[in-house]
Design a protein around this ligand. Structure first.
Ligand code: SF4
Length: 355
């Protein structure tokens, strides 16, 4: 039901100050309290803002709570982080995925200590020079940590603004950024960024938005014209499907062979059971004892989905010791950083041990 007539709605939508005012009023009453954001001002610890923003790019607030608290008790300052070993950093990050981001955070901490007296710069252009800090993170840090009128655009913001303005076409980030800039208030950058993200995360959710509780419901075009199911229009690229094998090699003592991934790729620096993402060269090396199981693990990466079949080998063959990794008991897995893919393989190991 339209609460205002069509021309009144259009007038309000051009009154950007009114929109940010309505949003901020709602935020003061209903916004979430989070350890990495404070209401009414900038957060006093830009380091916390930076780490939380990187973590939030890949998972939900609920999951980030646990990881964030563990991270801050292990590396309370940028100096502590810069002085740590990369392996310890990956161990704390373990399970969040996107390990390149953890490595970039670590690399960035070294640069901050070396060139910036261990402080995060306030300037957006300066922030963009640092590893792992792209336009979104730079804007978030400027807004949340320094209360600057920076326009942040994530999936939540896209959804709220596309619905509010009734954008039925496929919207781009740039388009939302331009629109968001006209709404972002000059003096309350931190609250505005928190408010619009909170609204998207708690009220203007993807399915069945809670429009009755929304501060924009009087003039939101998607709500008034029953378009919330079709806005925003997002085309998802089809993910490639890959298959391969993962090799569980056990020695006589029942320990498992693991190795550290070398190079600069996505999973480098993490430990793993040997694996390959093609079926061309199975088995890993010549041996009579390979046992292909019917167990598989599937993991979805950003651009593809990978399914690995588990292949087992139990041996004391001398040749195995020429591999570059090491044998460890399953009870020691917790001391090594593993990727989420490998944790799924470990689950099979642990379940089979129980049987
Ligand atoms: S009224 Fe509904 S669709 Fe419109 S912005 Fe609010 S929650 Fe989203």
């Amino acid at each position: 039901m339209a609460l205002t007539n069509r021309s009144e709605q259009q007038n309000i939508l051009t009154d950007k100050e009114r929109i940010s005012r309505d949003l901020l009023r709602w935020f003061r009453l209903h916004g979430r309290d989070l350890p990495w954001r404070v209401k009414g001002k900038a957060h006093e610890n830009p380091y916390m803002v930076w780490i939380s923003e990187i973590m939030l790019q890949q998972t939900t607030v609920k999951t980030v709570y646990e990881y964030f608290n563990r991270w801050m008790s292990r590396f309370p300052t940028i100096q502590d982080l810069a002085n740590a070993k990369l392996e310890d950093v990956l161990l704390v990050w373990q399970g969040l995925g996107y390990y390149t981001r953890a490595k970039k955070i670590y690399e960035c901490a070294q640069i901050l200590v070396k060139n910036y007296q261990g402080k995060i710069p306030e300037n957006r252009d300066e922030l963009l020079k640092l590893p792992g800090i792209g336009p979104y993170t730079a804007s978030s840090i400027c807004a949340f940590a320094f209360n600057k009128p920076e326009t942040v655009v994530d999936g939540n913001v896209i959804r709220v603004l596309a619905r509010l303005y009734g954008m039925t076409h496929e919207v781009s980030k740039e388009e939302i950024y331009q629109l968001g800039q006209t709404i972002t208030p000059k003096n309350e950058g931190a609250d505005y960024a928190s408010a619009i993200m909170d609204l998207g995360a708690t009220i203007c959710v993807p399915n069945n938005p809670l429009c009755e509780a929304c501060p924009f419901n009087n003039y939101c075009i998607a709500y008034q014209q029953n378009l919330t199911d079709v806005i925003p229009l997002i085309k998802k690229p089809l993910k490639k499907i890959k298959t391969g094998f993962v090799y569980l090699i056990q020695n006589k003592a029942g320990d498992f062979y693991i190795e550290k991934r070398e190079g600069k790729g996505l999973l480098s620096g993490l430990y793993e059971f040997p694996w390959q993402d093609s079926e061309d060269s199975y088995p890993l090396f010549n041996h009579n004892g390979w046992k292909k199981t019917n167990l598989t693990v599937t993991h979805t990466f950003t651009h593809f989905t990978l399914t690995l079949t588990i292949v087992c080998l139990r041996t004391d063959d001398e040749n195995i010791s020429s591999l570059r990794g090491e044998f460890v008991p399953a009870s020691d897995f917790k001391n090594y950083p593993f990727s989420t893919l490998m944790k799924k393989v470990m689950k099979h190991v642990i379940e089979n041990k129980k049987q």
